[in-house]
Design a protein around this ligand. Sequence first.
Ligand code: MF3
Ligand code: CO
Length: 250
Amino acid sequence: MGIYLKSRDEIEKLRRANVATATVLEACAQAAKPGASTWDLNQIAVAKLKELGAKSAFLGYHGYPAVLCTSVNDVVVHGIPRKDVVLKEGDIIGIDFGCFVEGFCGDHARTIMVGKVSPEAQKLVDATRDALAAGIAQARSGNRIQDIGAAVQQYVEARGYSVVKQFIGHGIGKAMHEDPPVPNYGTAGKGQRLNVGLVLAIEPMVNAGTHEVEVLADNWTAVTKDHKLSAHFEHSVAITEDGPVVLSQL
Ligand code: MF3
Ligand code: CO
């Protein structure tokens, strides 16, 4: 694969792809209400994609059958939208979406709370969002790749949660997955140096209990081994002279 450093112009294109991605995700998040099925959310994303003239990054990726990943409660990532998975008050749902605009890829995920959730669920979701922010803050030229994961891991473990190790973030550009791999754990000061022009999808998955996950028989759905809750946030972030710039926000 190799590491591709992006020009200013390419970063602007990546921003456009990521803003489209965030626009679609926001529409799905708005629809994540009690009574909606995860398939309903997928269909909203399909319609929005068309409206924006964008192309799904997920559909057909290694045979993935949908444009969204919808990961409810103990599902860590890669939940497949289904008509018979209907949201109810108190659920948390990770919604992960990616698309191509003019040949560049956006990738973004958020965990949404459905109606009023338990304080435990709220705390997990907040900690995961904040752990992502802690990781993003390390995405600076001169730092090293594991500075990101170390910051995420430290934030998460200080709160008694665990970071998933089986799935990690990645570089992003003309392809959804580029080098370097971006783990959510590590040792500060280790790994390759970060340079201006690197664009990373940083995506902590945080479990309330054990870090261990299991993939179901559909070969996609990853669940926590202890069936406790899990949350996931992802941003695509450019490393610039002025520090980290989050591309996947409206
Ligand atoms: N956003 C995820 C990732 O970064 C999901 C991709 S899995 C797919 O890898 F199969 F749905 F494409
Ligand atoms: Co990703």
